[in-house]
Design a protein around this ligand. Structure first.
Ligand code: FES
Ligand code: FES
Length: 161
């Protein structure tokens, strides 16, 4: 096992939304802090910082990941998709329309994480309604009561809305 000294830093290259970011970081830096503070992509929200609320979810190498539970150094060489990148993807118009039609957001704090899960697990898959319930179980929303979000996700790929 490699022992690291306090204050030691490491180089990383993380491709975020198609752009490679080269930075020198401390090994303890969370991916969520890398995104928000080091790179300035503040669309990814941070709520609990304990892996519970799902607000910080992003897509890492195709998988929905809690960025508050990942170290930036563990993403060296990875491809990360955040809500800023999702908003530039061709399928975003369809996602936006579904959330608008079904009233899938209110304050929007939980929305970037839910959109990341939607892109990773719903939009490009044949997702069952049960799978959508499991995705929703990983995202806390204090506003909507989940009804509109559920309908939006169902419309996007989980069967009839
Ligand atoms: S901030 Fe990461 S799960 Fe809540
Ligand atoms: S829309 Fe406000 S927390 Fe979900």
């Amino acid at each position: 096992m490699i022992k690291r000294q306090a204050g030691e830093t490491m180089p990383v290259v993380i491709t975020i939304n198609g752009h490679p970011y080269r930075r020198i970081v401390e090994p303890r830096l969370l991916l969520s802090d890398f995104l928000r503070d080091t790179v300035g992509l503040t669309g990814t929200h941070v709520g609990c910082e304990h892996g519970v609320c799902g607000a910080c979810t992003v897509v890492v190498d195709g998988l929905a990941v809690r960025s508050c539970l990942r170290l930036a150094v563990s993403c060296d060489g990875s491809r990360v998709l955040t809500v800023e990148g999702i908003a530039r993807r061709p399928e975003f118009a369809r996602i936006q329309a579904a959330f608008e039609q079904h009233h899938g957001l209110q304050c929007g704090f939980c929305t970037p994480g839910i959109l990341a899960s939607a892109v990773a697990e719903v939009v490009h898959r044949d997702c069952t309604p049960q799978a959508i319930e499991e995705i929703l179980a990983g995202h806390l929303c204090r506003c909507t009561g989940y009804v509109g979000i559920r309908r939006a996700l169902l419309a996007l790929g989980g069967g009839p809305s």
